[in-house]
Ligand binder design. Structure first.
Ligand code: ADE
Length: 239
């Protein structure tokens, strides 16, 4: 997969791209990530990327020109980024909430373009022309789309074949079962007076599986009852 990130702060991605699973996935050529500075597509001395909104209102907007130029440079044969064909994600609190299902859907694409929002947003014409998905990572407002772009990239990359030692999409299935994970323990069996639940040391695989199921259900009921409702819905017969 190829991921293009369009941002005013390319340096924000340095550490993210040079650590852990994402770094390894890049080294193994499972994914190629290019970070593009929108200011490189300006022509004035101040490398201006923002301007005041027509009709007034607070704050500034991302101007359309640098974004159009960036897209035209990235995809010269398909200057309109083959709208509708190439996935073009705009990160904004106005977007649809990102979840594991969306991560899986995006992980099946060959190429993604991710635009990090800033200021009060972006000129609407950019959205009309290029954007296929407006995505929010949650109901809170960040100072910019960069942390959100990292969240989306991370969640997508770990699902790519070869990114993890094991197959992450299997794990997705357990999440799509709409249950949280049961509690897990490693050695030592007793640590500072706290004991691992004896069933996990029993060697009784049936009892262990049953314990895990009960714990997952209990935890989900307590923390995320909304997931249990989803689960019931997905089990109900379709009419
Ligand atoms: N930019 C600012 N806040 C955001 C959010 N919650 N999700 C995605 N992009 C954002």
């Amino acid at each position: 997969m190829k991921i293009h990130i369009l941002t005013l702060f390319p340096g924000a991605f340095d550490s993210f791209l040079s650590h852990s699973i994402v770094k390894r996935a890049i080294e193994k050529r499972v994914v190629e990530v290019s970070v593009h500075n929108l200011r490189d597509f300006t022509h004035d001395r101040h490398r201006t990327c923002d301007d005041r909104p027509f009709g007034g209102g607070p704050g500034m907007l991302l101007k359309p020109e640098p974004i159009y130029e960036a897209v035209e440079k990235l995809f010269p044969q398909t200057p309109r980024a083959a709208r509708g064909k190439k996935r073009f994600i705009y990160l904004t609190p106005q977007g649809k909430r990102f979840d594991q299902k969306k991560a899986l859907e995006l992980s099946r694409e060959k190429e993604l373009v991710i635009l990090c929002g800033h200021y009060e947003g972006v000129d609407e014409r950019v959205i009309e022309e290029f954007v296929t998905d407006e995505v929010s990572i949650g109901d809170y407002v960040l100072t910019g789309g960069e942390p959100a772009a990292m969240v989306v990239t991370d969640a997508v990359v770990r699902l790519l074949k070869g990114a993890l030692g094991n197959d992450a999409s299997k794990e997705f299935e357990s999440f799509s079962g709409n249950l949280l994970e049961y509690p897990q323990y490693t050695r030592p069996a007793v640590f500072r007076g706290r004991k691992v639940p004896p069933v996990l040391l029993s060697g009784n695989h049936r009892a262990i599986e049953s314990w895990k199921k009960t714990q997952a259900a209990r935890r989900t009921k307590k923390r995320r009852p909304d997931l249990l409702k989803k689960k019931e819905k997905s089990r109900a017969p379709r009419d």
